[in-house]
Design a protein around this ligand. Structure first.
Ligand SMILES: [Zn+2]
Length: 325
């Protein structure tokens, strides 16, 4: 059974997108989530690669479910109203010398799961973004943060979820107590925000922090995954080179998925508990951090990462268990 797919996001090209292709923007996001209401309230300070040499109109896009509240503030001290172009697109006149701007926005993102099953009897669902009592799933396609085109992003993400909730994203955790902070300095294709009433388990390994996020406490299951994470990180670091991220987390989703993201995997409640997953799909997803989620794939040119990943996980591990490829 093939349960694992790498999440491929197709982005509609945005106005002025080409101007911000192949650059890296830094986001400093402060986000408040209210799952019951489906609400997100955010403040995003976006840093441009370099100060603007002359005044210029900047375009960015948000989910049409969100709306910008208040003026855009530039790091020069200037402010300007963003003009709403419809369908979540905005334009704002930026002054010369500006190297960053801050946007405040809020709204409700609560899309139902969509059935994308490709064969009868094999159900598969996906989400265009959901904030709800059962969980939060936001990816780049949900446009939950301002996107200027197909730029790369680094970020400091500070999430203030309700009591008892934890948020997960790429990269390294920071902050303790109620808030969930995540920092990623390697350019990413998008920013994920996943949250739930998670129970968190952690283990330091020589390569990275191993983490498990489960919706219900299960020490034995968490222990198995933490040990497996340590084992596979060590195996692949030795075989390929240093692991590119600060942590690797197994995260339990609120519907059945088999997604591999940079530095975490988002697996469905049933998938996580299938006994063979920890020996098959799980190392496969960890390995994708080198191929596919570390060095990225240009999907318009095919997918070079899948064969390599299958060979070094599924086939190599079978061979090591004495079963041959
Ligand atoms: Zn794969």
């Amino acid at each position: 059974m093939r349960v694992i797919v790498v999440l491929a996001i197709c982005l509609a090209s945005l106005a002025d997108g080409a101007a911000f292709a192949q650059v890296t923007l830094h986001h400093r996001l402060d986000v408040r989530i209210q799952p019951e209401a489906g609400r997100i309230e955010a403040r995003d300070a976006v840093r441009l690669p370099e100060p603007l040499k002359q005044p210029r109109s900047l375009a960015f896009a948000l989910s049409p479910d969100l709306r910008v509240t208040g003026a855009i503030e530039f790091d020069t001290g200037a402010t300007a109203e963003a003009s709403d172009q419809g369908a979540g697109r905005y334009r704002v006149a930026a002054p010369a010398g500006a190297a960053g701007f801050t946007v405040r926005y809020q709204g409700v993102i609560r899309h139902a799961l969509e059935d994308v099953s490709d064969s009868p009897g094999k159900s598969q669902f996906q989400s265009r973004g959901h904030i709800g009592a059962e969980g939060v799933f936001l990816d780049g396609g949900a446009r939950w943060y301002p996107r200027m085109g197909d730029e790369r992003v680094t970020f400091d993400l500070n999430v203030d979820p309700p009591a008892g909730w934890l948020a997960v994203s790429q990269g390294e955790p920071f902050g303790e107590g109620g808030a969930s902070g995540w920092r990623e300095t390697h350019p990413q294709q998008e920013i994920y925000l996943v949250a739930n009433r998670f129970h968190r388990y952690r283990q330091k390994t020589p390569e990275a922090l191993a983490e498990v996020y489960l919706r219900h406490p299960d020490e034995a299951l968490a222990r198995n995954y933490l040990d497996a994470t340590q084992r596979y990180l060590s195996l692949y670091s030795e075989l390929i080179g240093p692991y590119p991220y600060a942590k690797f987390a197994l995260v339990e989703n609120f519907w059945e998925t088999g997604y591999g993201m940079p530095s975490f995997t988002l697996l469905g409640p049933r998938v996580i508990r299938l006994p063979f997953i920890i020996h098959t799909a799980y190392p496969h997803e960890i390995l994708h951090n080198w191929f596919g989620n570390g060095v990225y794939v240009d999907y318009s040119q095919g997918n070079w990462s899948e064969g390599l990943t299958s060979y070094l996980s599924d086939h190599l591990l079978r061979e090591r268990r004495g079963k041959g490829a």
